[in-house]
Ligand binder design. Structure first.
Ligand code: PAF
Length: 283
């Protein structure tokens, strides 16, 4: 495995893969890797010949009062996990390499970036779309892999790839959970033991609503109310929304199209997000 920190060096390393007509898979991350990231790597290894993982805590997607400076980092551990998982290249640029002096061109996502996290984290998806677009241009992968936990991010990135004619496939990989249901997230490490227990209210609420959906409930308000009963124990519920799976607008009763029940909640000072997809089995 190679660890590369500059765009020029990465381009040189990728030339040989391209000459050999290798299918390049790409997993963009902000590091502090967990089993959710490793599931993306595994999906890439299954579908591609070589896997590139980027590790870059992207400053443009953090608001001024968010956790950029304290975001968990452990580069040596991440490198080892990548090596053990069969990654070919870890791309770990510094902020200067990605945003050199005089950088001023951004990607501005549209309506999909406005609800849910977009409403509470102004500028977040502007930063995500910009860095993901740059990383796509730098790595030029055939396929890129994203986790479903960041449901809105997947929608924004997919739309961007279509709108900007980016020549790659976007694959969404199901959320990986701890055995008790908590969605894996680098931010889980902020939680103390008791907070960790209280955080289970989020997945429990979402699962309870998903069970009712499976039993035939199609009323949007009732499905939200079922989840909310569990989520009452979180310290601050930022949003709990049932949105259309494609447009991310509030879903309509009766549900007739795939939808996503999405939540963001604070446990202590830690903000966690999670979602479940409410969809009909494919025939
Ligand atoms: O999901 C993440 O970790 C980040 O938003 C991403 C896609 C790596 C962009 O910085």
């Amino acid at each position: 495995m190679q660890t590369i920190t500059t765009v020029a060096e990465l381009r040189r390393a990728l030339v040989n893969f391209r000459k050999a007509d290798k299918r390049v898979g790409f997993v963009p991350t902000m590091g502090y890797l967990h089993d959710g990231h490793l599931a993306l790597v595994e999906a890439s290894r299954t579908q591609c010949d070589v896997t590139v993982v980027s590790i870059f805590v992207n400053p443009t997607q953090f608001g001024p009062s968010e956790d950029l400076s304290t975001y968990p980092r452990d580069f040596l551990r991440d490198e080892k996990l990548c090596r053990d998982a069969g990654v070919a290249i870890v791309f770990a640029p510094d902020a200067q390499e990605v945003y050199p002096a005089q950088f001023e061109t951004f990607v501005e996502p549209g309506e999909l970036a406005k609800p849910l996290c977009g409403a509470f984290r102004p500028g977040h998806f502007h930063g995500v779309a910009t860095v993901v677009c740059k990383l796509f241009n730098i790595v030029q992968p055939d396929v890129a892999f994203f986790g479903q936990k960041d449901f809105q991010q997947c929608a924004v990135v997919r739309r961007m790839a279509i709108d900007l004619n980016l020549p790659l496939e976007i694959v969404t990989v199901p959320t990986v959970r701890e055995p008790d249901g908590l969605a894996m997230s680098s931010r889980n490490r902020y939680l103390g033991e008791r907070e960790r227990q209280r955080a289970l209210a989020i997945s429990r609420g979402l699962f309870a609503a998903a069970d009712e959906f499976q039993s035939g409930e199609r009323n949007v308000e009732r499905l939200i109310a079922i989840a909310k009963r569990h989520l009452e124990t979180v310290d601050r519920l930022q949003y709990l929304e049932l949105v259309d799976g494609d447009t991310l607008k509030r879903a309509e009763t009766p549900l007739r199209r795939p939808a996503a029940l999405c939540a963001a909640a604070y446990i202590g000072s830690t903000r966690l997000i999670d979602n479940v997809i409410l969809a009909w089995p494919t025939p």
